[in-house]
Design a binder for this molecule. Structure first.
Ligand code: SIN
Length: 190
């Protein structure tokens, strides 16, 4: 699949006719809400886990030297915590552009902290997109993040802002925190 998903996401019609839609964010969408929203609530989804397995050609790297950003990987029983935003449909034009490097806008059920559930949307970069990098050890991922940068800035800032946002939410994520630790060690070794 092509790395630019704008045209595919524009066909997404699951919430046509709705005045507002819940969007679940689990990566930069937790800490960088550069779009208008009606409401913002901590939320989680089940059956998916957050991994730094997606390549970034347009934000935290370049096509020749991709950075690494998060996507969701299916895993039975896993719970992924993040932030949900209630948005109006016209906001998707901006979001589809921001998430165009391989992310598909897909329907998902999310739960809030009071255990209520809603149907909404999430951007997931599937393994068949051409920017996908896949699994690597946390140490290798940290090394790639340490040397990468793109139009949105250093890849390391994406990681540290995400780790900070998860701590603020009170949600530990072993994969993210381990990569952060490796990155700190690499910084000290310089
Ligand atoms: C998300 O944050 O929900 C998607 C991945 C990203 O933009 O970092």
């Amino acid at each position: 699949m092509t790395a630019n998903t704008i045209a595919i996401n524009q066909q997404m019609d699951a919430f046509n006719g709705h005045h507002s839609v819940w969007l679940f964010g689990y990566g930069s969408l937790i800490y960088k809400a550069d779009f208008p929203y009606l409401e913002r609530r901590p939320a989680c989804i089940t059956g998916w886990t957050r991994r730094f397995w997606q390549g970034s050609h347009d934000h935290r790297g370049t096509p020749d030297a991709p950075g690494r950003v998060v996507t969701l990987i299916e895993q039975a029983g896993a719970v992924c915590h993040g932030m949900a935003y209630l948005i109006t449909p016209e906001v998707f034009a901006h979001l589809d552009h921001r998430e165009k490097n391989g992310y598909l806008r897909l329907a998902i059920s999310m739960s809030f902290t009071d255990a209520s559930k809603v149907q909404g949307l999430v951007y997931i970069a599937m393994p068949d997109n051409s920017a996908y990098l896949g699994a690597a050890s946390e140490q290798e991922i940290a090394r790639q993040i340490a040397r990468s940068a793109g139009p949105s800035g250093p890849n390391a800032a994406y990681l540290t802002l995400l780790a900070h946002a998860l701590r603020e939410l009170g949600q530990a994520d072993a994969h993210i925190f381990e990569i952060e630790q490796h990155l700190t060690l690499l910084d000290r070794a310089e």
